[in-house]
Design a protein around this ligand. Structure first.
Ligand code: PRP
Ligand code: URA
Length: 209
């Protein structure tokens, strides 16, 4: 069963409080989402494999540790996932980036895929799917279905805010996927919005409201 990790790091919680605040404007919102994306990536990559390498310091030879070269791909769910992507890339600059475009049908709340472009060597990569919001869970489940259908074997999911309903459905649908959350909220409202949440992540990131 995949694990659910909820971050309690003070820096993440501090920044998340400003992200949630309706007084925070687009520019600051975007910067904060980027920063939290980076801080979360630090923890999400905690179990990356290391290998021994022989190096020469200015003082002596030693056996040091370097990443074992496992290839990573970051996959933002469009649109709002884009806001977290650069933050992750600051820590893992060699990662490839795939894109999956999904929107929630406003009537049914069901995700509709409109775009998918992924790195070619899918089976060799570890995937980190990013999206600020895990609400009903439909978008994350569908994005991960889409990755698995194309051959992805190892997937992590990272979001800023999650509703308990979405976490449960995602765990059920993809028990092999570890879930990383900065803030686990109370519930969904009747429109499928997370309460207390942060509002519409895409609109707040891109100023489209
Ligand atoms: C938002 C968000 C997630 C999805 C979460 O995207 O970024 O992708 O909703 O909701 P769910 O868990 O109920 O599926 P939205 O559909 O608003 O599209 P956008 O990013 O293009 O604004
Ligand atoms: N998508 C958002 O952007 N916000 C929510 O609260 C739920 C889904």
């Amino acid at each position: 069963m995949g694990k659910v990790h909820v971050f309690d790091h003070p820096l993440i919680q501090h920044k998340l409080s400003y992200i949630r605040d309706e007084q925070t404007g687009t520019k600051e919102f975007r910067e904060l989402v980027d920063e939290v994306g980076m801080l979360m990536a630090y923890e999400v990559t905690r179990d990356l494999e290391l290998q021994d390498v022989e190096i020469q310091t200015p003082v002596t030879k030693m056996t040091a540790k370097r990443l074992a070269g496992k290839k990573i791909a970051v996959v933002p769910i469009l649109r709002a996932g884009l806001g977290m992507t650069d933050g992750v890339l600051k820590l893992i600059p060699a990662a490839r980036v795939g894109h999956i475009g999904l929107y929630r049908d406003p009537e049914t709340l069901q995700p509709v895929e409109y775009f998918a472009k992924l790195p070619q060597d899918i089976e060799e990569r570890d995937f980190i799917v990013v999206d600020p919001m895990l609400a009903t869970g439909g978008s994350a489940i569908e994005a991960i279905n889409s990755l698995k259908k194309r051959g992805a074997l190892k997937i992590r999911f990272m979001c800023l805010i999650a509703a308990p309903e979405g976490v449960e459905l995602l765990k059920e649908a993809h028990p092999d996927v570890d879930i990383y959350i900065a803030g686990l909220d109370e519930k969904l409202n009747d429109h499928g919005y997370i309460v207390p949440g942060l509002g519409d992540a895409g609109d707040r990131l891109f100023g489209t409201k």
